[in-house]
Design a protein around this ligand. Structure first.
Ligand code: NAD
Length: 456
């Protein structure tokens, strides 16, 4: 038996023994996870800086702070989430009670990407633990310091047959996908998402796929441009644009383009500096392959602002571009870097066709003061989630489910939705033995009459 098979088998045994089923066990594990993050805080900052040059501000807001909030929320609500839910019972079932039991799936596999390497490995884990599962976590090989730290932290804090980190590249990932997991939670790219789903289908394992895509950001002529620019710059250049829900491109009403560009430049300089690359706090591009891919995009249009880069350190300044063609590579691929192409439109209806170009984006952002148009965009365009007059912030609240639609993903999580994701809702009807209603049986004389009435 391979090591991977052995780990999965040990986890299956622990799960079958019922150890994870109690409230006491789960709350204790969540508390341990919380303390683990507190204990390792300085090392977390250090490894994220080594891997990606992440600033302490970004680690606090987008990695650690977010996780702490999610854990606290799960701890606070766990008892209530775990309760079987009593629902109504129809008259045809008189005497019975209807209940929905919250059943953990069992042993789950979490595969995570490199861009928020701690956040995206641990956030689904919070849901998996709360729901009473055991888990194998496969972090990204592209952020080795953080993945190593995740392994060390989990190994030191939890029993191996409860939570295990397995590091490795796509080969290890595929070997894991061959195992009889009870649920797979994948965060990453669309092409790998397809592989995951295909593999999962062979064993009919349910999946959540948190994928990417091109998220448009629309700025209408009546938008408050100063706020719009500030919020766009923040959402786009956070993590050097390597955020799944970053505004991928701007669609601006042509009458306000010039003014918006001025505001965008001003905000970049205020938020960072005229040359952020020089600071030790601007996130770098994860590897050379991605760096070169981004460099090639710079050839596909006109650079309005920025464009400076440093290949040795894989750094690129925030860059604004225009004169970009819809058929260019940059407008076909997810940009995933600090380049913001700016395209224009005249009538809002055109926006619809343009967005159809990149069907079902993970996020959409619309800036306008007009509520009717806000509603029109929200109702008529299909996207995973998004904001009106802001960017990225919909992700930071545990009250809103986060996930894609169609090519941007399947399933959702955050807050209670994470608990639900890792929980099977088991319907149980508890029948009375005090009496037995005869009308449901085929030999009942009045049965047909009563049933007809009931079904009406
Ligand atoms: P990726 O798909 O290349 O890798 C993700 C994980 O899958 C890694 O752990 C990797 O080792 C593994 N993997 C890679 N190739 C594999 C294969 N052939 N078979 C099995 N496993 C394989 O993604 P990435 O480059 O790490 O991350 C960037 C992508 O993730 C972007 O598309 C981004 O939009 C998306 N993303 C989505 C979200 C979200 O929440 N929706 C969040 C972050 C990133």
């Amino acid at each position: 038996m391979s090591e991977i098979q052995e780990i999965v088998q040990h986890q299956k045994s622990l799960f079958r023994a019922g150890k994870t089923m109690t409230y006491t066990y789960r709350i204790h594990q969540l508390q341990k996870l919380k303390q683990m993050l507190e204990r390792y805080e300085p090392r977390i900052y250090e490894s994220l800086h080594k891997d990606l040059n992440k600033s302490s501000y970004e680690v606090l807001t987008t990695e650690l702070g977010y996780l702490q909030q999610e854990i606290n929320y799960a701890i606070k609500h766990l008892r209530e989430w775990m309760q079987p839910k009593k629902v109504k019972t129809p008259t045809s079932h008189k005497g019975a009670k209807s209940l929905i039991y919250k059943q953990p799936y069992g042993v789950v596999l979490i595969i995570s990407p490199w861009n928020y390497p701690l956040h995206l490995a641990i956030a689904p884990l919070i849901g998996a633990i709360a729901a009473g599962n055991t888990a194998v976590i496969k972090p990204s090989e592209l952020t080795p310091y953080t993945s190593e730290l995740i392994e060390e932290m989990i190994e030191e804090t939890f029993e191996k047959k409860y939570l295990t980190v397995i590091q490795g590249d796509q080969e290890i990932s595929q070997a894991l996908l061959d195992q009889p997991f009870d649920y797979i939670f994948f965060t990453g790219s669309v092409p790998v998402g397809k592989i995951v789903m295909e593999k999962a289908s062979q064993q009919l394992i349910p999946v959540t796929l948190e994928l990417g895509g091109k998220s448009p950001c629309i700025v209408d002529h009546d938008a408050k441009l100063e706020y719009a620019a500030r919020r766009i710059v923040w959402g786009k250049f956070l993590n050097a644009g390597q955020t799944c829900v970053a505004p991928d491109y701007l669609l601006v009403h042509q009458n306000v383009k010039e003014k918006l560009v001025q505001h965008l430049q001003k905000e970049i300089e205020k938020m960072y500096s005229p040359n952020p690359m020089e600071s030790d706090e601007f996130t770098k591009i994860v590897n050379e392959r991605h760096f070169d891919r981004l460099m090639a995009y710079l050839e596909e249009g006109n650079i309005l602002y920025g464009g400076k880069s440093d290949r040795d350190n894989r750094l690129m300044n925030p860059t604004l571009m225009d004169a970009v063609d819809w058929d260019s590579k940059m407008m076909k691929d997810e940009i995933f870097g600090p380049i913001l192409p700016i395209l224009t439109y005249q009538e809002l209806e055109e926006v619809y066709d343009h967005i159809e170009h990149s069907r079902n984006p993970l996020a959409l952002y619309y800036f306008s003061e007009n509520e009717r148009k806000q509603e029109w965009i929200t109702r008529n365009i299909s996207f995973g989630g998004g904001c009106i007059n802001d960017t990225v912030m919909h992700l930071g609240t545990n009250q809103l489910p986060f996930g894609g639609i169609g090519s941007s993903g399947i399933g959702k999580y955050h807050g209670k939705y994470s608990f639900d994701t890792f929980t099977h809702e088991k319907s149980v009807l508890k029948q009375t033995t005090a009496f037995d209603l005869a009308f449901r049986y085929p030999n009942s004389k009045v049965g047909r009459k009563i049933l007809k009435k009931l079904f009406k």
